[in-house]
Ligand binder design. Structure first.
Ligand SMILES: Cc1ncc(COP(=O)(O)O)c(C=O)c1O
Length: 436
């Protein structure tokens, strides 16, 4: 039986978000290896997690060393050198106050959930603000403060207030500057969501799953100032776009503000499960035994994360991501001249969104997006779509992407759009893949 059929027979659908029947047996550099040996250019990096690609020597060495002489399994009741090294490095590379701590976890979801629980418990304020379209995780509490349409069936926290994300391509109230959103937030804080009751504002500095939206220029700095006025903590969710991906170590650096708490995940572990929250000791040290799981701070994952951060520095991956992002986006913009289906190409560094539209009224082209990602897989590349209307191609390749690979990516994307437009994707094959 083929691997994908074996998967169908044994793996729970609860954790599947499938777009095409890709079945992997390996990976090297920026390429995934499919059963049968075909190489696929990975323009997703597993939703941004495989920051160094596959088989990077620094990661292989760090993980092998850590398992060969393993300093325990957990951080809860014993400390270990890898977890402490990682926490020290995270503090060094993340701007913020003097008295800070680091919480280590497995996933963006558990890190956001911990940030949520800690900010509310430590401040005594119950309310949270977040953006419509936000995806902060797939665990119960992180879903309760998310605003993504994929989680529509999930009951939101009664303490959550969602506000529009400042989207320059589809502006709220026709105002691309974001001022209308800021006014709305101020009105809520002075009205039905009193600022003095709000513990934190959860912010994605680029709204990734909501449509790879780069916020209106200057918006986030103004929002942070507004939060400070009301004593509201800013929690910056850098899970998908943080750590060198956008051409800076932190995406918030582009926005001119320093968050109170920063949440890391995905690319931090280079493909292994590690997440972190960095924030003030008064929040992250306010209680003991408050948010813990047995394998949190596991030395193998912590060693992997430390190797990822060291490699980002020694290989200059932030600057590399900025350069490759320029190459990639230039190529995609050239394509948009030929293909009116490309409504917008946006992003920072190697966090890129290609919004597909049906017409000049910018009607979201969700059906086209489904077909494009499927066709691209047939042509030899892996990437998916995001967005509240499921019409934005998301490109978050490994940060080691080369110029040739960026050009190969553009060429496959262009061909996939042409083929999907021309009806070359078999509807019957797509039927099983609902995506999101
Ligand atoms: C911005 C952001 N935060 C949090 C998460 C949740 O991370 P994880 O799926 O690793 O729990 C995601 C996942 O897509 C994300 O994009």
């Amino acid at each position: 039986m083929q691997l994908y059929d074996r998967d169908r027979a044994v793996i729970s659908g609860l954790e599947k978000l499938r777009f095409f029947p890709v079945a992997l047996t390996g990976g090297t550099g920026t390429y995934l290896i499919e059963e049968g040996g075909r190489r696929l250019l990975d323009l997703s990096a597993g939703w941004g997690a495989a920051s160094l690609g596959y088989g990077h020597p620094a990661l292989c060495e760090a993980v092998s060393r850590a398992v060969e002489n393993q300093a325990g399994a957990t951080l809860l009741s014993t400390t270990n050198v890898a977890a402490v090294d990682l926490a020290e490095t995270l503090l060094k590379i993340t701007p913020g106050g003097d008295d800070r701590r680091v919480w280590l976890g497995h996933s963006g979801s558990d890190a956001n959930e911990t940030a949520l629980r800690a900010v509310t418990a430590a401040t005594g304020r119950k309310r949270i603000m977040a953006f419509e379209g936000a995806y902060h995780g797939g665990s119960q509490a992180s879903m309760e403060i998310s605003g993504h349409s994929a989680q529509e069936g999930v009951e939101k926290s009664e303490h959550l207030t969602l506000v529009p994300y400042p989207d320059p391509y589809r502006p709220h109230d026709g105002d691309a500057s974001g001022e209308a959103v800021l006014e709305q937030i101020r009105a809520r804080l002075e009205g039905d969501c009193p600022g003095a009751e709000v513990a934190a504002f959860f912010i994605e500095p680029i709204q990734a799953d909501g449509g790879l939206i780069v916020p209106s220029e200057g918006f986030m700095a103004k929002l942070a100032a507004l939060c400070a006025e009301f004593g509201i903590l800013t929690v910056c969710d850098e899970v998908k776009v943080g750590l060198a991906r956008t051409g800076a170590m932190h995406c918030f650096e582009h926005e001119g503000f320093t968050p109170d708490l920063v949440v890391f995940g995905k690319g931090l572990g280079g493909g292994l499960p590690v997440s972190a929250v960095v924030g003030p000791a008064r929040i992250l040290d306010f209680a003991q035994s408050f948010s813990m799981q047995t394998l949190h701070g596991n030395p193998v994952c912590a060693s992997a994360a430390k190797a990822v951060l060291d490699t980002m520095r020694t290989e200059g991956l932030a600057a590399h991501a900025a350069r490759m992002g320029d190459v990639f986006m230039t190529g995609l913009r050239e394509l948009s001249g030929e293909l009116p289906q490309i409504g917008d190409v946006r992003g920072r560094g190697l966090a890129i969104g290609v919004e597909l539209i049906e017409d000049e009224a910018k009607t979201p082209a969700a059906d086209l997006a489904r077909k494009v990602v499927y066709r691209a897989w047939e042509l030899g590349a892996v990437f998916y779509y995001v967005g509240m209307s499921s019409n934005v191609i998301e490109l978050t390749p490994p940060l080691i992407l080369s110029e040739d690979e960026a050009q190969e990516g553009c060429s496959i994307i262009g061909q996939a759009i042409r083929d999907a437009r021309d009806g070359k994707v078999d509807e019957a094959k797509l039927a099983e893949f609902a995506g999101w």
